[in-house]
Structure formats: structure tokens, C-alpha cells
Ligand binder design. Structure first.
Ligand code: AMP
Length: 548
């Protein structure tokens, strides 16, 4: 017998309709590429998204067509999120920090028919356009006529102005109702292992993910919040927060292109931001700025960190020096992205000091909807004892089932599990702790050493700005950890003093065999350490330098 409740599909357009109706005066504040601040309300966003949907019809965009974006976090990008998905097309966000070769590959692979780009990406658009000639019908510059750049595009590819296209449309568009499993957005993995792969989110997966991340033990946005997504909208939909914020009525403060400490501190204070989210590098930059300038955070209460392991010192410093609570989440492009979030449980809420910190640096517990387990190399499930670590697998309604262009289910094993490529432990309370990417773990004499743990301890040293552990070849142990560090400005590194930071924190045999000091470390287009580049450079370091 079927239940007798309304069968309403979960659609992205409902989020913005809800926000316009019930949080009409909540703001979207955008720091513009051309300078200055733009502000309007969710009512305006909903109205302009419908106008954009009508404009897309005028540009012959059909249901299922991919519409690409090259843009920072700002109101026009939000209009694309809602306008494109709302009219049943697919919003395809492209990471502009990738090399032109990858951007061209991604546009081709997705078969996108239009590209919306901000003026700051003109050179990238010109470099890529000839390689998608015949496929891309037009480039729409996200600006008004006065700021249109002079772009040279191949014959047959039109150059259009966003505000002109919008002005030529009307606002009579009515959001269509369709199957909630329809594709809504497309985002490519950062391609650390080979070519980027597309992950195709549905309306249903997007709504369920936004719901789950809005729960109080997760991101927990509220209508009184003013939320700053520093994580870019081109990286896994800014962790779904452009959907969660209007769903809950929280205002959005969009940072545009300047993500350095000084710019962020200014924006957070001027726009009374209560919560923000981004990768650790961003918060390290903010912390350095705050300490150097003596500036305080006036309204900020919470910061979400994800994308890479959260160094313990960030939790401690923001708490103690600025009264801001740092919480960690874990996820990946393939999981929409949020799978776990770290908040206390009744069983550990009383912890203080070391014991509390040991809990807080873990990646957290699963959100309702996600199931998670660890397995050994033969696929056997390992105990949730917080000690054994194994390959992390997940499943749930916002986990991908196949990469774009492949057969549904092809990314899963026979029981429907998706292998994340992360190595982790899960403790009896359900807290997952990543010990490594499976390819970054240091295999010394058959035992595994966690590169993440060693990196986190290294950055707690007062002279260290950033650290990476590389598995360097060793004739006896197969691999040994090599520590590569960037000193803080005006500090120098004393190797022996630095290595003393590990005393009592890890087994002796985990200690890095050597330390290399460099001016900077390579990062991927999404801000993660580019371990494969470092491995290439330092794989033979111990052997070549006689340290092995
Ligand atoms: P991406 O798909 O680019 O978002 O990368 C996903 C990968 O980032 C995950 O598989 C993890 O290896 C890593 N990652 C994400 N969040 C965390 C975290 N909180 N701690 C450690 N690693 C993380």
C-alpha cells in the first residue's frame, strides 16, 4: 500500500522560491571583480534567475544542455546556479585555476553549449575558445556593456554581454516541474590522478545534501546567520552552501576573487559575517594577517574547514585568540561533497584539553543519509575501533554512482559502495579520521605512516608556515618520510629543533628522516598540496643525498 502524502519532486527552483517568499529581505552581498560591493535580496535573486531562464530559452538552451561557468563567488554566478538548473539544463562549473589544457578538455568532455565567464578570465577564454569551436555557441561575459572586454573568438562563436541578454528577457518565466532525478549540475574532480572526471549531481541529491548539511550537528546554518563561502562555487558547488543558505534563510556574503587574509578580515567585519567556510590554507592566511595586524574578528562565531586535514593549531588559535569555533568536515567531489562533520556527542561533550583536541582533529561523524565503512585491501570490513585503518568506502543518495558519460553504477562495487581513495580509521563513537590518501601514505618496512599526522604536527612549530610529507625511497625500509617545510616570513628553520616537535606525539620510527626547506609548496587548482609533483621532485632525495 502506498502512503497518501503529496508526491512533490525535490527541485532546486523550490529553494529559491522559498527564500524569496519567506526570507525576502535576506541579503546576497557580492564583492565585485571590478571593485565595489553589490547587494540585493533573495527576492531579487529569484526574479533575476527567472529572467535568466527566459534568456537561456532565447539562446536555444534545452533541457539537459550543459551551460558552463568560469566565475568567482558572486550574485551573477548564483543566478546561473538557479536559472540554469531551474530550467532543467545543467550548470557546469569549471575551475578557472586549472591549466587551459584541462579547461578545454573539461568543456569538450561535458559538451557544454554556452560559456558564462567573468571579465577576469578573458585570457583563459581566448586560449580555450579555438579548441571548443563548433561546440560552444557563445561566450557570455558576466558584466554590463561598459565592462565588456575585446575578445577574439573563433567564427561561429558569439560574444554576448550578460546584462544585455538579461535586459532582452522578461520575468514571466514559470519554474517547470519535472523528475527530481534530473541532472542539475556538473563538476569535475581536480584530476590528481589522470584526467578530471565529471560528477553529475541531480536535483534530488542536491536538495537532500543541502537538507542534511543544514542540520545543527553539521554546517547548521540559521536564518540569523550571515554566511561567507570562501570555498569557490567552482569547487563542488561551494560545498552546497549556495543551496543551504537560501534554504535556511541565511544571508550570503560572496567574496569575489580576493581571498587573502586582509581582504577576508575586512569583508567579515564590514558585512557582519557570523560563519564562513573554506580550506585550511585560507584560514592560515587569515590567521597570519590577524596576528600581524592586530585586527580582531568582530561578529564571526564559526568557521568550517574542509578539503584538507584541519591543522590542530587552527582550532586552538581561532578559539583562544578570536573566540571563533573551528569545525571540520570531510568530503569529496563525488560525495556532493559533505559526508562527515565534526561536532561533539553526549559521550564526549565533556572532554577538555588534549582529549577534546584529539577528538576535534578527526574528520567527524557521518551525516544522516551517508553510510561509511573501512575495508582492508581484500575488501573485508575492518573494526570500528579507532585504531585499525583501511580504505574508506561510502554510499548514500548524494554519493556518485558513475562518472559523467559512464554507465550508472559503474563507480561502485557489487554492494553499492564507492571507494573514496582515502585511508581512515573509525572509532567506536563513529568519528572517522583520515590518515592519508591511499597514494600518499608512507609505507616503511611494511607499516603505514600517516603523512597527514606528521604534517599537522610540523605546522604546530612556531617557525613553520606550511609542511608536506613525501614518501622518499629508502633501500632498507622501502619508503621513509621526508619533511618539506616553508618557513614563516622572517623565520628560519633549525632542523633538530623542528624534529623535536614530534617528541612524545608519534612513535620514534615515524620521525622524518630529513627536512628540506623550500620557499613555497605546489598546490592543486583547489588549494590542496600537489603531492604528486612533490613526489616527482623528492622521491629519490634520501638516496641521492646520502641520507639513506
Ligand atoms: P575534492 O574532490 O577535490 O574535494 O577532494 C576530495 C579529497 O580531499 C578527499 O578524498 C580527501 O582526500 C581530501 N579531504 C577533504 N576533506 C578533508 C579533511 N577534512 N581532512 C583530510 N582530507 C580531506
Amino acid at each position: 500500500m502506498l502512503g497518501l502524502m503529496q508526491d512533490q519532486p525535490l527541485l532546486i527552483s523550490q529553494i529559491i522560491t522559498h527564500a524569496a517568499r519567506h526570507h525576502a529581505t535576506a541579503e546576497v552581498v557580492s564583492k565585485m571583480v571590478e571593485g565595489g560591493i553589490h547587494r540585493y535580496t533573495y527576492t531579487d535573486l529569484e526574479r533575476r534567475s527567472r529572467r535568466l531562464a527566459r534568456a537561456l530559452q532565447h539562446l536555444d538552451v534545452d533541457a539537459g544542455d550543459r551551460v558552463a561557468t568560469l566565475a568567482w563567488n558572486g550574485y551573477r554566478h548564483l543566478e546561473l546556479y538557479y536559472g540554469v538548473s531551474g530550467m532543467q539544463a545543467v550548470c557546469h562549473t569549471v575551475n578557472p585555476r586549472l591549466p587551459p589544457d584541462d579547461v578545454a578538455f573539461i568543456l569538450k568532455d561535458a559538451g557544454s553549449v554556452l560559456l558564462f565567464a567573468e571579465t577576469s578570465f578573458s585570457a583563459l577564454v581566448e586560449a580555450v575558445a579555438p579548441r571548443v569551436a563548433g561546440q560552444l555557441r557563445a561566450v557570455v561575459i558576466m558584466a554590463d556593456r561598459a565592462r565588456m572586454p575585446n575578445l577574439v573568438l573563433p567564427p561561429g562563436m558569439a560574444l554576448l554581454c550578460y546584462e544585455e541578454v538579461m535586459a532582452a528577457a522578461d520575468e514571466t518565466y514559470v519554474w517547470p516541474v519535472f523528475d527530481e532525478r534530473t541532472a542539475a549540475s556538473l563538476c569535475y574532480t581536480s584530476g590528481t590522478t589522470g584526467r578530471p572526471k565529471g560528477v553529475l549531481y541531480s536535483h534530488r541529491s542536491t536538495l537532500l545534501h543541502a537538507y542534511a548539511t543544514s542540520m545543527p550537528d553539521a554546517i547548521g546554518l540559521r536564518s540569523v546567520d550571515r554566511f561567507l563561502p570562501v570555498v569557490p562555487m567552482f569547487h563542488v558547488n561551494a560545498w552546497g552552501t549556495p543551496y543551504a543558505a537560501p534554504m535556511t534563510g541565511a544571508s550570503l556574503v560572496m567574496p569575489g576573487r580576493h581571498l587573502d587574509g586582509a581582504s577576508l578580515a575586512g569583508l567579515m567585519n564590514e558585512e557582519r559575517v557570523t560563519m564562513a567556510a573554506g580550506v585550511p590554507t585560507v584560514w592560515l592566511g587569515l590567521l597570519q594577517h590577524l596576528r600581524a595586524s592586530g585586527q580582531l574578528l568582530v561578529t564571526a562565531q564559526r568557521v568550517m574547514i574542509g578539503g584538507s586535514a584541519c591543522p590542530r593549531m587552527l582550532c586552538e588559535a581561532f578559539d583562544a585568540e578570536y573566540g571563533v569555533r573551528v569545525s571540520q568536515g570531510w568530503g569529496m567531489t563525488e560525495t556532493s561533497p559533505v559526508g562527515t562533520y565534526n561536532t561533539p556527542k553526549a559521550s564526549n561533550a565533556h572532554l577538555t584539553g588534549e582529549a577534546e583536541m584529539a577528538m576535534r582533529v578527526k574528520q567527524g561523524r557521518v551525516l544522516y543519509g551517508i553510510d561509511m565503512r573501512i575495508v582492508d585491501d581484500a575488501g573485508h570490513e575492518l573494526p570500528r575501533d579507532g585504531v585499525r585503518s583501511g580504505n574508506l568506502q561510502v554510499r548514500g543518495p548524494w554519493v556518485c554512482s558513475a562518472y559523467y558519460g559512464e554507465q550508472p553504477g559503474s563507480a561502485l562495487d557489487a554492494e553499492g559502495w564507492f571507494s573514496t581513495g582515502d585511508v581512515a580509521s573509525i572509532d567506536p563513537d563513529g568519528y572517522m579520521e583520515i590518515t592519508d590518501r591511499s597514494k600518499d601514505v608512507v609505507k616503511s618496512g611494511g607499516e603505514w605512516i600517516s603523512s597527514i599526522q606528521l604534517e599537522n604536527i610540523a605546522v604546530s612549530h612556531p617557525d613553520v608556515a606550511e609542511a608536506a610529507i613525501v614518501a622518499a625511497k629508502h633501500p632498507k625500509w622501502d619508503e621513509r618520510p621526508l619533511l618539506i617545510v616553508v618557513p614563516k616570513p622572517d623565520r628560519s628553520i633549525d632542523k633538530d629543533d623542528l624534529l623535536r616537535v614530534y617528541e612524545g606525539k608519534v612513535p620514534k620510527w615515524w620521525l622524518p628522516d630529513d627536512v628540506v626547506v623550500v620557499a613555497e609548496l605546489p598546490h592543486t587548482a583547489t588549494g590542496k598540496l600537489q603531492k604528486n609533483a612533490l613526489r616527482g621532485q623528492f622521491r629519490n632525495y634520501l638516496i641521492e643525498n646520502g641520507a639513506a
